[in-house]
Design a protein. Structure first.
Length: 387
């Protein structure tokens, strides 16, 4: 024969000290963690005798912390009590909740575990990274990584502007790049990110660790700002009537399948470009990518001259008949020979360092020979400049 336990055995633990009237315990608790603090959302039982909630937990050193949170019922049925507590040690805490009444009644306990954050968590956070910087004549562009922790909520660029004042730009996660127009290039840009450790966290944490980004020494000139300048004896803008290569601007359009051309002349010729700079800069390197042309139509020997102001910079000597005299006149007008060289085959990429420290806003390109024919062709031109 078998039988069930008696009801006395089932409820023995509640009647050891005699019968008691118990309050309804909290129905549920949500803990929204923060920086050594938390917000608690307690769903209170409809028991009308409840007028306080006790919360307790044990600190890492064994200290028991306990708070009674007063509560005044405003309606029949279940209600929600929201409160915050500070000075909670970082780490996973076990919070115990009990309903209380004025007459000393208590409910059964409800226990909730939750991680609390603080300096240890903050010390390990890393910022979203700046992966590249690019200069233009008017600003510097900072490009940011698209790969970063999902706890990042935003990123800050902190820098010093040209007047010496500290500035901060806040960048949201969807932004991939940001421009800075006024800056002190001798100072570094600090990159920090804000992290929210969980979706329901009430605090964000700014990274202690910063990425320090230096401004580069050089930048590539923006060729979209270049303009052809027509000085005396310069090659005209419209150069030929065959193919797609009848405009001198093709020399800097970024397309290797188009290029500038000059038909039927064997003497040295030149053309002048306004680099679109708001101030004169020292050029660092000249780039001449390869382009697909006939071997007997490529330019090999060349000169590049520079000047900061083209007022009264015109020349009258014909470079084709008197190159030495033309060079002398160029120097008398303020032009400086920045580079003279010979490039390899036209379909080979070529570059040359410019060691002359003269700062310029305009350049004059001088093709000096074209091999065998009277046709002169050259591909895209590009320059790096020092800031």
């Amino acid at each position: 024969m078998i039988s069930c336990e008696t009801t006395v055995e089932t409820f023995e633990k509640f009647t050891r000290e005699g019968e008691k009237i118990l309050l309804g315990k909290p129905l549920s608790v949500t803990v929204n963690p923060g920086n050594q603090r938390a917000e608690f959302v307690v769903e209170i039982n409809s028991d009308p005798k409840i007028n306080a909630i006790n919360i307790s937990w044990t600190e890492p050193d064994g200290t028991l912390r306990s708070h009674d949170i007063d509560y005044t019922r405003t309606k029949d049925g279940n209600e929600t009590l929201i409160f915050e507590l500070d000075d909670i040690s970082e780490g996973t805490r076990s919070f115990v909740f009990t309903s209380l009444s004025d007459s000393g009644l208590k409910s059964l306990k409800l226990e909730v575990n939750e991680a609390i954050y603080g300096p240890i968590y903050q010390s390990g956070l890393l910022p979203r990274q700046v992966v590249s910087t690019m200069w233009s004549s008017s600003h510097v562009t900072f490009s940011l990584s698209n790969s970063f922790p999902n706890t990042v909520t935003s990123t800050e660029l902190i820098y010093e502007d040209a007047s010496g004042s500290t500035q901060k730009i806040t960048i949201d996660n969807s932004t991939e790049s940001v421009n800075i127009e006024s800056y002190n290039r001798d100072k570094k840009v600090l990159v920090k990110s804000l992290h929210r450790p969980s979706p329901n966290a009430i605090d964000t944490f700014l990274t202690n660790i910063s990425q320090e980004v230096s401004y580069p020494d050089t930048f590539t000139l923006d060729r979209t700002l270049w303009q052809l300048v027509s000085l005396n004896n310069d090659i005209p803008s419209s150069l030929s009537v065959w193919g797609p290569i009848n405009e001198l601007s093709y020399c800097w359009d970024g397309d290797p399948t188009t290029w500038g051309a000059y038909i039927g002349e064997t003497k040295p010729v030149h053309f002048t470009i306004d680099l679109g700079l708001d101030k004169p800069l020292q050029l660092k390197r000249f780039y001449w990518p390869g382009f697909p042309v006939n071997r007997n139509e490529e330019i090999k020997d060349y000169q590049i001259w520079g000047i900061s102001d083209i007022t009264d910079a015109d020349t009258t000597v014909d470079a084709g008949t008197d190159l030495v005299g033309w060079e002398t006149e160029m120097e008398s007008k303020g032009w400086v020979k920045l580079l003279e060289g010979t490039r390899p085959q036209a379909d080979d990429t070529y570059s040359a360092e410019i060691t002359n420290k003269t700062k310029v806003k305009y350049i004059r390109v001088v093709p000096l020979n074209n091999q065998a024919s009277g046709n002169m062709l050259w591909g895209d031109l590009s320059f790096d400049a020092y800031f």
